[in-house]
Write a new protein. Structure first.
Lengths: 313, 235
């Protein structure tokens, strides 16, 4: 009951978010098609809130799937280098003039990283989960070095574009631009629900799942590829936004005290809310220019997360 | 029939394993002899050319495979910190007609039903895993040291469970010679990755054989028509 009331309240908050910003929108003006309020709402504010919500949802759900499949509370698309791989793809597209294919390159970067990680996990023993994190860190170094090469090849305006991109932003213009991310996140949610029972078995151990008839390799592949598609789409649109994927699953699990596969929707929903909230702060706190959203998530997320870890003992 | 022919690896040497349908087996051997490694090959967790009724286990469809074989590891391994005992057992509810609640009562696990598996003691985890074997009810179940963490009373309960026909065919890896002797199954002894002995219980539990395999560390005590094996800590 309480959870339902919370869903309702937060949904209302999310729906109110587009009305507030440096220019407040008058709801009564929305019926007038030619008004500035109308344009501002439909073309700028609403797309922004939609992108924030679904990007947050993808990162959070992707986080819990990575944590479950790799059996490590620290592994997320972000910490394992998937988001960085995606960033590299996007930077590549910017520097070599494939502007229209930015999303595709972002996705390919993410997918490439997942292939590397997956090949590595197949060679690791089940107890070596930390080794995977080390691989993720090594990958991040490698990608950053590659990114530096791209910087040295790029023009000044391209460099600036890449830097703005890595700061993360949910700034999009036009409602139609939100379509890919809405589709990707809905698909990810659907696939995760579909494999919910296998996911529960995988949350115990791969051996147990295998003995109960789960095709471990197949299910792992399907879920990891789904996450990387969604993360690829999300990162190519918003840039790498950290922390949502790492902390949302942990916070939700602590509050609900249930196993991860029962929390698919709450993690999706509150991950989305977290980014909408961060974007709301980013838009409203500064007087002249807005702060990049990645900075806000880190500022809110990091202290809260540390508090949560210390509180555990 | 369960078969693994001419298998070699870094741990196992020249394994020729063959078990007839409905033949129960005890696997003995010192630490590091390769017992668990063999068990994981036989159930397919580690890929191997294991044959089950002349069909490769790796090529069987997963549902069919779950009907045929199950493995109970020595330790309960669980990643998610909130999965409860009840939920864990539910995941194993495959082919047994037994009501899970009756089984929980039988094993005295009622008070722990809603408790996360990670918070159970090692003995409680052991009982939980045995319960999953019973609920799963595969044709062959491999138990890897099922009584290692149990107190004497629980050990005895599990012994009578194993002795009853609550599970179908059983392969039991153990260090508990008493359990092995009293179950009366055929015995396989592994030594340094090789199968060193494979015969009936009577053939294995003789004074000279025990002397050969365990040195002077064990002793058979005859009590009427029953024999008990004790470990001698001092000479």
């Amino acid at each position: 009951m309480i959870t339902k009331i919370l869903y309702l309240l937060i949904s209302i908050l999310i729906l109110l978010a587009p009305f507030y910003g440096q220019i407040h929108i008058d709801p009564y003006q929305l019926s007038t098609v030619k008004s500035i309020d109308f344009k501002l709402f439909w073309e700028i504010r609403l797309p922004r809130v939609i992108v924030a919500f679904f990007a947050g949802a993808i990162l959070a759900l992707g986080g819990v799937i990575f944590q479950s499949l790799f059996k490590n509370p620290m592994s997320t698309p972000y910490t394992l280098g998937v988001a960085t791989g995606s960033t590299l793809g996007v930077a590549f597209a910017i520097v070599f003039g494939f502007h229209s294919l930015v999303a595709l390159f972002g996705f390919l970067g993410a997918l490439m990283t997942v292939v590397v990680l997956f090949t590595v996990t197949l060679r690791l023993k089940s107890y070596e989960t930390n080794a995977l994190l080390l691989v993720g860190i090594a990958l991040a170094f490698f990608y950053n070095a590659s990114l530096m090469i791209l910087f040295s090849l790029s023009s000044e305006s391209q460099s600036f574009e890449i830097i703005r991109f890595t700061m993360g932003s949910v700034d999009v213009v036009g409602l139609s631009k939100t379509l890919p991310i809405v589709t990707a996140s809905t698909l990810l949610l659907f696939v995760t629900y579909w494999y919910r029972k296998d996911l529960k078995l995988l949350l115990t151990s791969n051996d147990y799942a295998y003995l109960k008839g789960v095709e471990v390799k197949k299910v792992n592949t399907i879920l990891l590829v789904s996450v990387s598609i969604a993360v690829g789409v999300s990162v190519s649109l918003t840039g790498p936004i950290g922390f949502v994927g790492l902390i949302t699953p942990h916070i939700i699990k602590k509050i609900y005290q249930k196993s991860a596969e029962q929390l698919i929707f709450p993690i999706f929903f509150y991950g989305g809310f977290f980014l909408v909230l961060s974007d709301f702060v980013a838009r409203n706190i500064g007087s002249n220019s807005e702060i990049p959203i990645g900075i806000v998530t880190a500022f809110i997320g990091a202290p809260f997360f540390i508090y949560l870890i210390i509180g555990k003992r | 029939m369960l078969q693994l022919k001419n298998y070699n690896s870094s741990i196992l040497k020249n394994i020729n394993f063959q078990l007839k349908a409905e033949q129960n087996l005890i696997i003995l051997g010192s630490n590091g002899a390769g017992k668990s490694t063999l068990a994981r090959l036989l159930c397919g967790i580690t890929p191997a050319p294991t044959l089950l009724n002349n069909q490769y286990l790796s090529k069987m469809n997963p549902t069919q495979r779950t009907k045929e074989i199950n493995y109970i590891p020595p330790k309960l391994e669980i990643f998610d910190e909130y999965i409860t005992l009840n939920e864990y057992l539910d995941l194993s509810r495959l082919y047994s007609l037994l009501e899970p609640n009756n089984l929980i009562k039988l094993l005295e696990l009622e008070k722990l039903k809603g408790k996360p598996c990670q918070e159970l003691s090692s003995g409680e985890q052991q009982l939980t895993m045995i319960a999953t074997a019973i609920l799963h009810n595969a044709k062959i179940t491999i138990f890897d040291e099922p009584t290692a963490n149990l107190d004497p009373k629980k050990s005895r309960d599990i012994f009578s469970l194993l002795k009853s026909n609550i599970c179908q065919t059983k392969i039991i890896i153990t260090h508990d010679l008493n359990l092995a002797c009293h179950l009366g199954y055929d015995v396989m002894f592994m030594k340094e990755g090789k199968i060193d002995f494979f015969d009936s219980s009577e053939a294995f539990f003789t004074e000279s054989n025990l002397d050969h395999y365990f040195g002077s560390s064990v002793k058979i005590i005859e009590e009427g028509n029953r024999s008990t094996i004790t470990i001698k800590l001092t000479n």
